[in-house]
Design a protein around this ligand. Structure first.
Ligand code: S3P
Length: 167
């Protein structure tokens, strides 16, 4: 099987859209970890975080990632914004020989998208200041991805950059 590609980055950086377009380009399957969690457990990550707390969600998230990597056949995987910041998840991704791509989006772009749809609840970014601090503190993890792509570029250019770097 071709190397799998894991898309990481902050909330609102465009992980799902890029993963969908990349998968279409490569003619392969794509899975969004947050959607997988929602479909399997009947609750969204936001609902789990709000009712059980972030720690509980992280355990569910790691189990879901493990299952996707062990049993899933999707070649492109979009993570939730916090998944890559957990060392155990990065270790799983490395063990499975996946390529990791960081969509590096400036905070303003992320915040614009986070606030664009008030129906999409993001409990870990309840206000601008909390979101900005999280965006800043997570860079030390995101920088560990194998490829960094400027997420402020156009979608076609982003996908092209990823396909060229993995071929
Ligand atoms: C989270 C990001 C969310 C979702 C959950 C936690 C995070 O995914 O997994 O609310 O910790 O950054 P998106 O990055 O798709 O919004």
């Amino acid at each position: 099987m071709d190397r799998r590609i894991v898309i990481v980055g902050f909330m609102g950086c465009g992980k799902t859209t890029v993963a969908q377009t990349l998968a279409r380009e490569l003619g392969c399957g794509m899975i969004d970890l947050d959607s997988f969690i929602t479909e399997r457990g009947g609750r969204s990550p936001a609902e789990i975080i709000e009712h059980e707390g972030e720690l509980s969600f992280r355990e569910i998230e790691t189990r879901a990632l493990d299952d996707v990597l062990e049993k899933g056949d999707a070649r492109v995987i979009a993570l939730g914004g916090g998944a890559w910041t957990i060392a155990a998840n990065r270790a799983l991704i490395a063990q499975h020989g996946c390529s990791s791509v960081w969509l590096d989006a400036p905070f303003e772009l992320c915040w614009e998208r986070i606030t664009a749809n008030p129906k999409t609840i993001r409990p870990l970014a309840p206000n601008r200041e909390r979101a900005r601090k999280l965006h800043e503190s997570r860079r030390v993890s995101y920088v560990l991805a194998q490829l960094r792509v400027d997420a402020a570029k156009g979608l076609a250019e982003i996908v092209d950059e990823i396909t060229r770097s993995i071929s």
